[in-house]
Design a protein around this ligand. Sequence first.
Ligand code: SF4
Ligand code: SF4
Length: 429
Amino acid sequence: MSKHQPPCDDEATEPIEVFPEGALDLRAGADACYKCTTCETSCPVAEVDDEFPGPKFQGPEQWRLKRKEDQDIDDSILSCSNCLRCDNACPSEVPLSQMHNEARGEYVDEQMTKLSREYVRNRILANYGLLAGIGSKVPRLVNFVMGLGVTRKLNEKLLGLPSEREFPAFATQTFREWWRKRGGAQVESDDKRVAYFHGCYSNYNTPEVGKAMVRVFEAFGYEVLVPEQRCSGTPMFANGMLSDARRAAETNVESLAAAIDDGADVVASCTSCSLSLRTEYPELFDIDRIDDVSEHTYEALEYLRIHEDLESAVADAEVDHPALAYHAPCHARNQGLDRQAVELFREVDGVSIEDVGDSCSGISGTYGWKAEKYEASMAIGEEMFHHMEAADGEVGMTECPTCAMQMEHGTGYEIKHPLQVLEAALVPE
Ligand code: SF4
Ligand code: SF4
Protein backbone atom coordinates (compact mmCIF):
# COMPACT_ATOMS: atom_id res chain seq x y z
CA MET A 1 0.00 0.00 0.00
CA SER A 2 1.10 3.50 -0.68
CA LYS A 3 1.52 6.09 2.02
CA HIS A 4 -1.56 7.75 3.43
CA GLN A 5 -2.51 10.72 1.31
CA PRO A 6 -3.55 13.81 3.29
CA PRO A 7 -7.13 14.97 2.81
CA CYS A 8 -7.46 17.29 -0.18
CA ASP A 9 -9.19 20.59 -0.48
CA ASP A 10 -12.89 20.03 -1.19
CA GLU A 11 -12.82 22.55 -3.99
CA ALA A 12 -10.00 20.86 -5.89
CA THR A 13 -11.17 19.14 -9.06
CA GLU A 14 -7.88 17.76 -10.36
CA PRO A 15 -8.41 14.47 -12.15
CA ILE A 16 -6.89 11.56 -10.30
CA GLU A 17 -5.36 8.34 -11.50
CA VAL A 18 -7.77 5.79 -10.13
CA PHE A 19 -5.44 2.91 -10.68
CA PRO A 20 -1.90 4.21 -10.30
CA GLU A 21 0.45 2.35 -12.61
CA GLY A 22 0.96 -1.19 -11.45
CA ALA A 23 -1.49 -0.94 -8.52
CA LEU A 24 -4.25 -2.91 -10.18
CA ASP A 25 -4.14 -4.92 -13.35
CA LEU A 26 -7.56 -5.86 -14.64
CA ARG A 27 -6.17 -7.99 -17.47
CA ALA A 28 -6.74 -11.26 -15.62
CA GLY A 29 -10.31 -10.22 -14.95
CA ALA A 30 -10.86 -9.30 -18.59
CA ASP A 31 -9.37 -12.59 -19.75
CA ALA A 32 -11.66 -14.50 -17.39
CA CYS A 33 -14.70 -13.48 -19.45
CA TYR A 34 -15.81 -16.42 -21.59
CA LYS A 35 -18.71 -14.52 -23.19
CA CYS A 36 -21.46 -16.57 -21.60
CA THR A 37 -23.74 -13.45 -21.59
CA THR A 38 -25.17 -14.28 -18.15
CA CYS A 39 -24.42 -10.71 -17.08
CA GLU A 40 -26.39 -9.36 -20.05
CA THR A 41 -29.57 -11.13 -19.00
CA SER A 42 -29.28 -9.81 -15.43
CA CYS A 43 -28.86 -6.14 -16.40
CA PRO A 44 -32.04 -4.16 -15.69
CA VAL A 45 -30.91 -1.22 -17.85
CA ALA A 46 -30.25 -3.43 -20.91
CA GLU A 47 -33.72 -4.90 -20.45
CA VAL A 48 -35.48 -1.56 -20.96
CA ASP A 49 -32.95 0.48 -22.97
CA ASP A 50 -32.22 -0.94 -26.43
CA GLU A 51 -29.31 1.42 -26.89
CA PHE A 52 -27.41 0.25 -23.80
CA PRO A 53 -24.77 -2.27 -24.91
CA GLY A 54 -24.77 -4.12 -21.57
CA PRO A 55 -22.27 -5.12 -18.89
CA LYS A 56 -20.02 -7.36 -21.02
CA PHE A 57 -19.35 -4.49 -23.40
CA GLN A 58 -18.92 -1.96 -20.57
CA GLY A 59 -16.52 -4.31 -18.79
CA PRO A 60 -14.10 -6.69 -20.53
CA GLU A 61 -14.80 -5.64 -24.14
CA GLN A 62 -14.38 -1.91 -23.58
CA TRP A 63 -11.34 -2.57 -21.37
CA ARG A 64 -9.65 -4.56 -24.18
CA LEU A 65 -10.54 -2.02 -26.87
CA LYS A 66 -9.18 0.81 -24.76
CA ARG A 67 -5.87 -0.96 -24.11
CA LYS A 68 -5.35 -2.26 -27.65
CA GLU A 69 -6.40 0.74 -29.64
CA ASP A 70 -6.32 3.49 -27.08
CA GLN A 71 -9.74 4.56 -28.24
CA ASP A 72 -12.21 6.77 -26.40
CA ILE A 73 -14.51 5.33 -23.76
CA ASP A 74 -18.03 4.89 -25.15
CA ASP A 75 -20.40 7.44 -23.60
CA SER A 76 -22.94 4.67 -22.87
CA ILE A 77 -20.89 3.99 -19.74
CA LEU A 78 -22.88 6.81 -18.11
CA SER A 79 -26.06 4.78 -18.61
CA CYS A 80 -24.83 2.00 -16.32
CA SER A 81 -26.68 2.57 -13.04
CA ASN A 82 -24.02 0.82 -10.90
CA CYS A 83 -26.64 -1.58 -9.53
CA LEU A 84 -23.97 -4.35 -9.51
CA ARG A 85 -26.41 -7.07 -10.53
CA CYS A 86 -24.01 -8.12 -13.30
CA ASP A 87 -21.26 -8.52 -10.69
CA ASN A 88 -23.44 -10.97 -8.77
CA ALA A 89 -24.42 -12.87 -11.89
CA CYS A 90 -21.01 -13.46 -13.49
CA PRO A 91 -19.92 -17.10 -12.95
CA SER A 92 -16.32 -16.28 -13.78
CA GLU A 93 -15.66 -13.53 -11.21
CA VAL A 94 -14.92 -10.90 -13.83
CA PRO A 95 -14.51 -7.65 -11.84
CA LEU A 96 -17.26 -5.92 -13.80
CA SER A 97 -18.00 -3.12 -11.33
CA GLN A 98 -14.31 -2.24 -11.01
CA MET A 99 -14.07 -2.08 -14.80
CA HIS A 100 -17.21 0.05 -15.03
CA ASN A 101 -15.96 2.40 -12.31
CA GLU A 102 -12.59 2.76 -14.00
CA ALA A 103 -14.15 3.41 -17.41
CA ARG A 104 -16.70 5.86 -15.98
CA GLY A 105 -14.02 7.76 -14.05
CA GLU A 106 -11.82 7.95 -17.13
CA TYR A 107 -14.72 9.10 -19.32
CA VAL A 108 -15.72 11.85 -16.87
CA ASP A 109 -12.15 13.06 -16.31
CA GLU A 110 -10.98 13.00 -19.91
CA GLN A 111 -13.95 13.21 -22.24
CA MET A 112 -16.82 14.96 -20.51
CA THR A 113 -17.30 18.69 -21.05
CA LYS A 114 -17.09 20.24 -17.60
CA LEU A 115 -19.48 23.06 -18.50
CA SER A 116 -22.16 20.76 -19.88
CA ARG A 117 -25.52 20.60 -18.13
CA GLU A 118 -25.07 16.84 -17.72
CA TYR A 119 -21.75 17.23 -15.91
CA VAL A 120 -23.06 19.99 -13.60
CA ARG A 121 -26.22 17.99 -12.82
CA ASN A 122 -24.26 14.79 -12.18
CA ARG A 123 -21.79 16.62 -9.95
CA ILE A 124 -24.67 18.02 -7.88
CA LEU A 125 -26.31 14.58 -7.61
CA ALA A 126 -22.98 12.96 -6.71
CA ASN A 127 -22.42 15.50 -3.95
CA TYR A 128 -25.90 15.33 -2.42
CA GLY A 129 -24.40 15.58 1.08
CA LEU A 130 -23.05 19.08 0.38
CA LEU A 131 -26.37 20.26 -1.00
CA ALA A 132 -28.26 18.71 1.92
CA GLY A 133 -25.89 20.32 4.43
CA ILE A 134 -26.86 23.72 3.06
CA GLY A 135 -30.58 22.94 2.61
CA SER A 136 -30.98 21.57 6.12
CA LYS A 137 -29.96 24.92 7.62
CA VAL A 138 -33.39 26.26 6.60
CA PRO A 139 -35.36 23.06 6.03
CA ARG A 140 -38.89 24.46 6.07
CA LEU A 141 -38.09 27.14 3.51
CA VAL A 142 -36.17 24.75 1.23
CA ASN A 143 -38.90 22.09 1.47
CA PHE A 144 -41.51 24.68 0.53
CA VAL A 145 -39.54 26.05 -2.42
CA MET A 146 -38.47 22.64 -3.74
CA GLY A 147 -42.06 21.39 -3.50
CA LEU A 148 -43.43 24.10 -5.79
CA GLY A 149 -44.45 22.95 -9.27
CA VAL A 150 -42.58 25.84 -10.82
CA THR A 151 -39.33 24.83 -9.04
CA ARG A 152 -39.69 21.29 -10.32
CA LYS A 153 -40.23 22.52 -13.87
CA LEU A 154 -37.22 24.84 -13.58
CA ASN A 155 -35.06 22.04 -12.16
CA GLU A 156 -35.95 19.91 -15.15
CA LYS A 157 -35.24 22.66 -17.65
CA LEU A 158 -32.04 23.97 -16.11
CA LEU A 159 -30.53 20.89 -14.49
CA GLY A 160 -32.20 17.89 -16.10
CA LEU A 161 -33.85 16.66 -12.89
CA PRO A 162 -37.19 14.90 -13.58
CA SER A 163 -40.14 17.12 -12.64
CA GLU A 164 -42.19 13.99 -11.92
CA ARG A 165 -40.16 13.30 -8.76
CA GLU A 166 -40.70 15.05 -5.47
CA PHE A 167 -37.51 16.36 -3.95
CA PRO A 168 -36.91 14.55 -0.63
CA ALA A 169 -37.87 16.74 2.33
CA PHE A 170 -35.18 17.79 4.81
CA ALA A 171 -35.84 16.98 8.46
CA THR A 172 -36.28 19.96 10.77
CA GLN A 173 -33.65 18.41 13.07
CA THR A 174 -30.80 16.37 11.60
CA PHE A 175 -29.70 13.11 13.18
CA ARG A 176 -26.44 14.70 14.34
CA GLU A 177 -28.34 17.64 15.91
CA TRP A 178 -30.53 15.14 17.76
CA TRP A 179 -27.47 13.20 18.84
CA ARG A 180 -25.78 16.31 20.28
CA LYS A 181 -28.95 17.52 22.01
CA ARG A 182 -29.43 14.10 23.56
CA GLY A 183 -25.91 14.26 25.01
CA GLY A 184 -24.49 11.48 22.81
CA ALA A 185 -24.34 7.85 23.92
CA GLN A 186 -26.62 6.78 26.79
CA VAL A 187 -24.80 3.45 27.23
CA GLU A 188 -21.10 3.04 27.96
CA SER A 189 -19.32 -0.22 27.39
CA ASP A 190 -15.73 -1.30 26.85
CA ASP A 191 -16.78 -4.65 25.35
CA LYS A 192 -19.62 -3.72 23.05
CA ARG A 193 -18.99 -0.67 20.96
CA VAL A 194 -20.03 0.31 17.45
CA ALA A 195 -19.28 3.35 15.29
CA TYR A 196 -22.41 4.37 13.41
CA PHE A 197 -21.97 5.37 9.77
CA HIS A 198 -25.32 7.12 9.22
CA GLY A 199 -24.58 8.44 5.73
CA CYS A 200 -26.17 11.59 4.28
CA TYR A 201 -29.78 10.51 3.98
CA SER A 202 -30.32 9.31 7.56
CA ASN A 203 -28.68 12.48 8.78
CA TYR A 204 -30.53 15.06 6.70
CA ASN A 205 -33.77 13.41 5.57
CA THR A 206 -34.73 10.40 7.72
CA PRO A 207 -33.17 10.90 11.17
CA GLU A 208 -35.81 8.49 12.53
CA VAL A 209 -33.76 5.68 10.95
CA GLY A 210 -30.61 6.82 12.77
CA LYS A 211 -32.51 7.19 16.06
CA ALA A 212 -33.92 3.66 15.66
CA MET A 213 -30.40 2.36 15.00
CA VAL A 214 -29.08 4.00 18.20
CA ARG A 215 -31.99 2.84 20.38
CA VAL A 216 -31.88 -0.74 19.12
CA PHE A 217 -28.11 -1.05 19.63
CA GLU A 218 -28.33 0.56 23.07
CA ALA A 219 -31.10 -1.91 23.97
CA PHE A 220 -28.54 -4.67 23.29
CA GLY A 221 -25.98 -2.92 25.55
CA TYR A 222 -23.81 -1.31 22.87
CA GLU A 223 -22.02 1.97 23.28
CA VAL A 224 -22.66 3.87 20.05
CA LEU A 225 -20.08 6.26 18.66
CA VAL A 226 -21.01 8.75 15.95
CA PRO A 227 -17.70 9.69 14.28
CA GLU A 228 -17.14 12.54 11.86
CA GLN A 229 -17.99 11.37 8.38
CA ARG A 230 -18.73 12.37 4.82
CA CYS A 231 -20.70 10.73 2.03
CA SER A 232 -19.83 7.04 1.60
CA GLY A 233 -19.09 7.80 -2.07
CA THR A 234 -21.86 5.66 -3.62
CA PRO A 235 -23.37 8.46 -5.76
CA MET A 236 -19.88 9.62 -6.71
CA PHE A 237 -18.87 6.17 -8.02
CA ALA A 238 -22.12 5.96 -10.01
CA ASN A 239 -21.35 9.29 -11.69
CA GLY A 240 -17.65 8.76 -12.32
CA MET A 241 -16.70 11.49 -9.81
CA LEU A 242 -13.78 9.53 -8.43
CA SER A 243 -11.77 12.53 -7.20
CA ASP A 244 -14.74 13.52 -5.01
CA ALA A 245 -15.14 9.92 -3.84
CA ARG A 246 -11.48 9.65 -2.93
CA ARG A 247 -11.56 12.81 -0.81
CA ALA A 248 -14.65 11.56 1.04
CA ALA A 249 -13.06 8.11 1.48
CA GLU A 250 -9.90 9.63 2.99
CA THR A 251 -11.92 11.46 5.65
CA ASN A 252 -14.09 8.42 6.38
CA VAL A 253 -11.22 5.94 6.59
CA GLU A 254 -9.22 8.14 8.94
CA SER A 255 -12.19 8.76 11.21
CA LEU A 256 -13.48 5.17 11.22
CA ALA A 257 -10.00 3.70 11.70
CA ALA A 258 -9.69 5.83 14.87
CA ALA A 259 -13.03 4.39 16.11
CA ILE A 260 -11.77 0.87 15.35
CA ASP A 261 -8.64 1.62 17.43
CA ASP A 262 -11.09 2.60 20.17
CA GLY A 263 -12.56 -0.91 20.09
CA ALA A 264 -15.53 -0.29 17.78
CA ASP A 265 -16.84 -2.08 14.71
CA VAL A 266 -18.43 0.06 12.01
CA VAL A 267 -22.15 -0.39 11.30
CA ALA A 268 -24.17 1.29 8.56
CA SER A 269 -27.96 1.50 8.25
CA CYS A 270 -27.82 1.92 4.45
CA THR A 271 -26.76 -1.13 2.43
CA SER A 272 -25.10 1.04 -0.24
CA CYS A 273 -22.95 2.70 2.46
CA SER A 274 -21.85 -0.66 3.90
CA LEU A 275 -21.10 -1.92 0.37
CA SER A 276 -19.06 1.16 -0.39
CA LEU A 277 -16.99 1.02 2.81
CA ARG A 278 -16.23 -2.65 2.67
CA THR A 279 -16.04 -3.45 -1.03
CA GLU A 280 -15.72 -0.40 -3.28
CA TYR A 281 -13.16 1.44 -1.15
CA PRO A 282 -10.52 -1.29 -1.18
CA GLU A 283 -11.28 -2.11 -4.83
CA LEU A 284 -10.77 1.47 -5.96
CA PHE A 285 -8.46 3.29 -3.57
CA ASP A 286 -5.13 2.80 -1.95
CA ILE A 287 -5.47 4.58 1.42
CA ASP A 288 -3.74 3.72 4.68
CA ARG A 289 -6.05 1.56 6.94
CA ILE A 290 -8.62 1.04 4.17
CA ASP A 291 -8.50 -2.75 4.62
CA ASP A 292 -9.06 -2.39 8.39
CA VAL A 293 -12.16 -0.33 7.78
CA SER A 294 -13.38 -2.79 5.16
CA GLU A 295 -12.90 -5.79 7.48
CA HIS A 296 -14.66 -4.10 10.43
CA THR A 297 -17.70 -2.82 8.50
CA TYR A 298 -21.18 -4.41 8.69
CA GLU A 299 -24.74 -3.55 7.82
CA ALA A 300 -26.68 -2.96 11.08
CA LEU A 301 -29.09 -5.92 10.98
CA GLU A 302 -26.32 -8.20 9.78
CA TYR A 303 -24.16 -7.15 12.75
CA LEU A 304 -26.88 -7.92 15.29
CA ARG A 305 -27.63 -11.27 13.68
CA ILE A 306 -23.95 -12.22 13.97
CA HIS A 307 -23.27 -10.91 17.46
CA GLU A 308 -26.60 -11.26 19.29
CA ASP A 309 -29.36 -13.82 19.53
CA LEU A 310 -31.61 -11.54 17.54
CA GLU A 311 -33.96 -14.33 16.46
CA SER A 312 -34.80 -15.21 20.09
CA ALA A 313 -35.18 -11.55 21.03
CA VAL A 314 -37.72 -10.92 18.26
CA ALA A 315 -39.47 -14.26 18.79
CA ASP A 316 -40.35 -13.07 22.33
CA ALA A 317 -41.55 -9.69 21.07
CA GLU A 318 -45.08 -8.79 20.18
CA VAL A 319 -45.89 -5.89 17.96
CA ASP A 320 -48.99 -4.75 16.19
CA HIS A 321 -47.57 -3.64 12.85
CA PRO A 322 -49.25 -3.23 9.45
CA ALA A 323 -48.31 -5.90 6.88
CA LEU A 324 -44.97 -5.19 5.19
CA ALA A 325 -43.97 -5.51 1.53
CA TYR A 326 -40.18 -5.94 1.60
CA HIS A 327 -37.85 -5.05 -1.27
CA ALA A 328 -34.20 -6.17 -1.08
CA PRO A 329 -31.94 -3.47 -2.60
CA CYS A 330 -29.52 -4.63 -5.31
CA HIS A 331 -26.61 -3.56 -3.08
CA ALA A 332 -27.95 -5.74 -0.21
CA ARG A 333 -28.09 -8.64 -2.69
CA ASN A 334 -24.46 -7.99 -3.61
CA GLN A 335 -23.49 -8.43 0.07
CA GLY A 336 -25.62 -11.58 0.51
CA LEU A 337 -28.06 -9.69 2.77
CA ASP A 338 -31.20 -9.94 0.65
CA ARG A 339 -33.04 -12.49 2.79
CA GLN A 340 -32.12 -11.36 6.28
CA ALA A 341 -35.04 -8.98 6.95
CA VAL A 342 -37.65 -11.48 5.77
CA GLU A 343 -36.08 -14.33 7.75
CA LEU A 344 -36.03 -12.19 10.88
CA PHE A 345 -39.37 -10.44 10.81
CA ARG A 346 -41.44 -13.48 9.92
CA GLU A 347 -40.57 -14.67 13.47
CA VAL A 348 -42.21 -11.61 15.08
CA ASP A 349 -45.72 -12.02 16.43
CA GLY A 350 -47.97 -9.41 14.88
CA VAL A 351 -45.77 -8.73 11.84
CA SER A 352 -46.63 -10.10 8.43
CA ILE A 353 -43.95 -9.68 5.79
CA GLU A 354 -43.84 -10.52 2.10
CA ASP A 355 -40.79 -10.38 -0.18
CA VAL A 356 -41.79 -8.54 -3.36
CA GLY A 357 -39.32 -10.39 -5.58
CA ASP A 358 -35.79 -9.94 -6.77
CA SER A 359 -36.21 -7.22 -9.39
CA CYS A 360 -34.34 -3.91 -9.26
CA SER A 361 -36.34 -0.91 -7.97
CA GLY A 362 -35.04 1.05 -10.97
CA ILE A 363 -33.87 4.18 -9.21
CA SER A 364 -30.33 2.93 -8.46
CA GLY A 365 -29.29 5.95 -6.41
CA THR A 366 -29.01 8.84 -8.83
CA TYR A 367 -29.90 7.00 -12.09
CA GLY A 368 -33.64 7.63 -11.71
CA TRP A 369 -32.92 11.25 -10.75
CA LYS A 370 -31.88 12.07 -14.32
CA ALA A 371 -34.71 13.36 -16.52
CA GLU A 372 -33.52 11.36 -19.55
CA LYS A 373 -33.54 8.13 -17.48
CA TYR A 374 -36.83 8.70 -15.65
CA GLU A 375 -38.96 6.56 -17.96
CA ALA A 376 -36.43 3.72 -18.02
CA SER A 377 -36.19 3.92 -14.23
CA MET A 378 -39.97 3.58 -13.86
CA ALA A 379 -40.08 0.77 -16.45
CA ILE A 380 -37.45 -1.16 -14.45
CA GLY A 381 -39.43 -0.57 -11.23
CA GLU A 382 -42.74 -1.73 -12.68
CA GLU A 383 -42.34 -5.37 -11.62
CA MET A 384 -41.65 -4.31 -8.02
CA PHE A 385 -44.61 -1.90 -7.98
CA HIS A 386 -46.95 -4.68 -9.14
CA HIS A 387 -45.68 -7.09 -6.53
CA MET A 388 -46.04 -4.46 -3.82
CA GLU A 389 -49.61 -3.79 -4.85
CA ALA A 390 -50.37 -7.52 -4.89
CA ALA A 391 -48.96 -7.96 -1.37
CA ASP A 392 -51.07 -7.49 1.79
CA GLY A 393 -50.94 -4.06 3.43
CA GLU A 394 -49.71 -0.71 2.23
CA VAL A 395 -46.40 -0.31 4.03
CA GLY A 396 -43.16 -1.07 2.24
CA MET A 397 -39.80 -1.87 3.82
CA THR A 398 -36.24 -1.62 2.52
CA GLU A 399 -32.76 -0.71 3.74
CA CYS A 400 -31.90 1.65 0.87
CA PRO A 401 -33.11 5.27 0.99
CA THR A 402 -33.36 5.71 -2.78
CA CYS A 403 -35.19 2.37 -3.24
CA ALA A 404 -37.56 3.72 -0.55
CA MET A 405 -38.09 6.89 -2.65
CA GLN A 406 -38.88 4.78 -5.72
CA MET A 407 -41.23 2.45 -3.80
CA GLU A 408 -43.12 5.45 -2.43
CA HIS A 409 -43.14 7.20 -5.81
CA GLY A 410 -44.42 4.12 -7.67
CA THR A 411 -47.09 3.03 -5.17
CA GLY A 412 -47.80 5.89 -2.75
CA TYR A 413 -47.05 3.52 0.17
CA GLU A 414 -45.38 4.58 3.39
CA ILE A 415 -41.90 3.02 3.55
CA LYS A 416 -40.07 1.85 6.69
CA HIS A 417 -36.50 0.82 7.37
CA PRO A 418 -36.05 -2.60 9.07
CA LEU A 419 -34.44 -0.83 12.06
CA GLN A 420 -37.67 1.10 12.65
CA VAL A 421 -39.66 -2.16 12.75
CA LEU A 422 -37.03 -3.67 15.04
CA GLU A 423 -37.26 -0.62 17.30
CA ALA A 424 -41.05 -1.02 17.49
CA ALA A 425 -40.58 -4.70 18.44
CA LEU A 426 -37.72 -4.42 20.93
CA VAL A 427 -37.53 -0.95 22.44
CA PRO A 428 -40.23 0.05 24.92
CA GLU A 429 -41.67 3.52 24.17
S1 SF4 B 1 -24.05 -2.39 -12.92
FE1 SF4 B 1 -26.24 -2.76 -13.33
S2 SF4 B 1 -26.76 -1.30 -14.96
FE2 SF4 B 1 -24.52 -1.42 -14.91
S3 SF4 B 1 -24.02 -2.94 -16.46
FE3 SF4 B 1 -24.15 -4.01 -14.47
S4 SF4 B 1 -26.24 -4.77 -14.34
FE4 SF4 B 1 -26.20 -3.21 -15.98
S1 SF4 C 1 -21.17 -13.15 -17.06
FE1 SF4 C 1 -18.96 -12.87 -16.79
S2 SF4 C 1 -18.04 -14.41 -18.10
FE2 SF4 C 1 -20.19 -14.22 -18.76
S3 SF4 C 1 -20.14 -12.65 -20.41
FE3 SF4 C 1 -20.52 -11.55 -18.51
S4 SF4 C 1 -18.49 -10.93 -17.80
FE4 SF4 C 1 -18.17 -12.53 -19.33
